[in-house]
Ligand binder design. Structure first.
Ligand code: TXA
Ligand code: MG
Length: 324
């Protein structure tokens, strides 16, 4: 038996039961959807979501899509305008992801939205995610189930070849119907921005809403959202932030790691998974504290630590970026 041999199961009720117990346990599972295979975790469990990044070797905390059962569950996590509702009625369940304002009381973990004030939501039409979301009673965070920088997988074999032993279970639902990642549209101020073209076309959106999809070109429109994966700064605290700080100054809120306790320790036991899961929440807390500045303890730059370093670099004051 080689290492690169995760359990591969056909999409039977038994396999779904197995997947569900893993998800409830905070583990990740590769699942088929109608677009591409996704690497799923309970979106409300930050540590589970951090395992997605670790398995993919993702260099930065790109925000993830939260997969929901439909408009009702979407409304638990996002502010749904009439225009967004119209799009849900027209294209859900199916390959359309909507980026909407995040509700402050959403239970989705901070790491899913990478600290943004928006959330990407999609209701898949595939029965496997539908059944898992219904049984879990909450959203599944799932990026495409490939190593970072590789092609998206459209068969279970692609997933096994790309992620190998990093995933405990791959559910085999055959080849994906769309084979192309979902169309991503941001609904902002009564306008629609195309963040990623996909199976739902601009013509279909126009037919359903009477509106054109605008391109998210920052140079043309400073109000336009950034394209997915190109968000230069996902979440930058308002306060100045120093990196690799073992001993903080009196006016600094110190975010610790391992033996360096700080005001708030990302992981006393030195776990990068735990640190990644709590990173955005820690930055938010530091920002909201009475301290005038933020200092972060050194975090090892290996595995998930690279993604943490990438996010901290983006969060740091420009002059400090070189220190990470
Ligand atoms: O078809 C799909 O969408 C597949 C299946 C598994 O559902 N998922 C997928 O996820 O393609 P992923 O992570 O490979 O791509 C999601 C994209 C990323 O480029 C990310 O930057 C963008 O969605 N995204 C997520 N949340 C966002 C947000 N709040 N604002 C802007 N872009 C966002
Ligand atoms: Mg992807």
């Amino acid at each position: 038996m080689t290492q690169a041999c995760p359990e591969l199961e056909y999409a039977t009720e038994r396999a779904l039961g197995h997947a569900l117990s893993l998800l409830r346990d905070g583990q990740i599972v590769a699942i088929p959807t109608e677009t591409v295979y996704g690497l799923a975790a309970d979106a409300t469990n930050g540590e589970a979501v951090a395992r997605i990044y670790a398995a993919k070797g993702r260099p930065s905390f790109n925000p993830l899509i939260a997969h929901v059962s439909g408009a009702d569950m979407a409304a638990d996590h996002a502010l749904v305008s009439p225009l967004a509702s119209l799009l849900m009625e027209a294209f859900w369940p199916g390959p359309l992801t909507l980026v909407l304002p995040l509700r402050s009381d959403s239970k989705v973990a901070n790491i899913v939205t990478a600290g943004l004030e928006t959330i990407a939501l999609r209701a898949p039409s595939h029965l496997v995610p539908q059944k898992l979301i219904a049984a879990l009673g909450g959203p599944l965070a799932a990026p495409s189930a490939n190593m970072s920088g590789r092609l998206s997988p459209t068969t279970a074999k692609h997933v096994a070849a790309s992620l190998g032993g990093a995933v405990p279970l791959i559910i085999d639902g055959g080849a994906c119907e769309a084979g192309l990642e979902s169309t991503i549209v941001e609904v902002r101020a009564q306008r629609l921005f195309l963040l990623r073209p996909g199976p739902v076309t601009a013509e279909q959106v126009k037919a359903a809403t009477g509106m054109d999809l605008l391109m998210s070109d920052l140079s043309a429109d400073p109000q336009a959202p950034s394209s997915p994966g190109q968000l230069a700064s996902h979440y930058a605290p308002r306060k100045p932030l120093r990196l690799n700080v073992s001993e903080a100054l009196p006016d600094e809120f110190h975010i610790g790691f391992g033996a360096i306790g700080g005001d708030l320790n990302l992981s006393a036991g030195g776990s990068l998974v735990e640190a990644a899961a709590g990173l955005f929440a820690a930055l938010h807390k530091a920002d909201a504290s009475p301290s005038t500045a933020i200092a972060v303890a050194p975090v090892p730059r290996e595995g998930l630590g690279l993604a943490i370093a990438d996010r901290l670099r983006r969060a740091a004051t420009p002059g400090q970026a070189g220190l990470v």
